[in-house]
Design a protein around this ligand. Structure first.
Ligand code: ZN
Length: 254
């Protein structure tokens, strides 16, 4: 089985000018699927362009990052519904709550998340959840929704948060932060079975050690695979097979 990156923004043209080179590298590194969440609706055209180049490798999602939510959130919800009617998306994301950057739009963030989760439930699509400094509100919102599933993108919480998300049926998206020297994520993960983890890069951000600071690509998941293999004391194939099986189940990838 190949490596699946469940969250990458490799359609960002300012970071990735050589698309053909990127696709070749992904194949060389054994990356078989890259899921592409949008951060705002303008990303969609770039995402579709990549998907049109290789629709087995790339799978699109549609969503709006909480930093981009404002008073017009209701019309954004209707726009997302229209996008879903006109194109096949593998999930809804990224969506969520971010109290780190922007404190002016928290009310709108919450209202938008609530509405868009209902759309995900009725469309039977999994979600890619962004949560920063907002665990309690994200958890409470998700726990009120029946039939929602997906990934907590870039999970960095503590053990109790990890277990509470897992109890809701969510998986933890793990990438570069795991390898950062100051990160305590490894101490949390070692107590969480691999069967609740999926891989992700959040490319172009969060490159892992030893390539931290460079533009990230899904190829760098090999470092995360190595790290997890050492952490769980299993071989690399087991990490790849288990995390990719999880991703296949969540996003219904054949
Ligand atoms: Zn992202």
């Amino acid at each position: 089985m190949g490596i699946i990156d469940t969250h990458a923004h490799v359609y960002d043209v300012s970071a990735y000018s050589d698309t053909v080179g990127l696709i070749n590298n992904l194949k060389e590194f054994g990356v078989t699927n890259v899921l592409l969440p949008s951060t705002n609706l303008d990303d969609d055209i770039h995402i579709r362009k990549l998907v049109s180049l290789d629709s087995r490798l790339f799978s699109p999602m549609i969503g709006i990052h909480p930093d981009h939510i404002d008073h017009s959130y209701k019309s954004k919800v209707s726009e997302i519904e229209k996008y879903l009617m006109n194109y096949d998306y593998i999930g809804i994301g990224e969506i969520g709550l971010d109290y780190y950057n922007n404190h002016d739009n928290i009310k709108e963030q919450k209202l938008f998340l609530d509405m868009v989760l209902d759309i995900a439930i009725s469309a039977k699509l999994p979600v890619s959840i962004h949560s920063r400094n907002s665990f309690e509100d994200v958890y409470n919102t998700l726990s009120k929704k029946n039939g929602i599933s997906g990934v907590i993108h870039c999970f960095t919480g503590d053990l109790s948060e990890a277990r509470r998300y897992i109890d809701l049926g969510f998986y933890l998206g793990i990438g570069g932060i795991l390898t950062f020297k100051k990160s305590r994520l490894k101490d949390v993960l070692v107590k969480i079975p691999l069967s609740y983890i999926v891989l992700e890069t959040d490319s172009p951000f969060l490159s892992p050690e030893p390539v931290r600071g460079s533009i990230n690509t899904p190829c760098n998941l090999v470092y995360i695979v190595d790290y997890l293999a050492r952490l769980y004391n299993v071989d690399r194939d087991e990490v790849i097979n288990c995390t990719s099986e999880n991703a296949r189940n969540i996003f219904k990838i054949n």
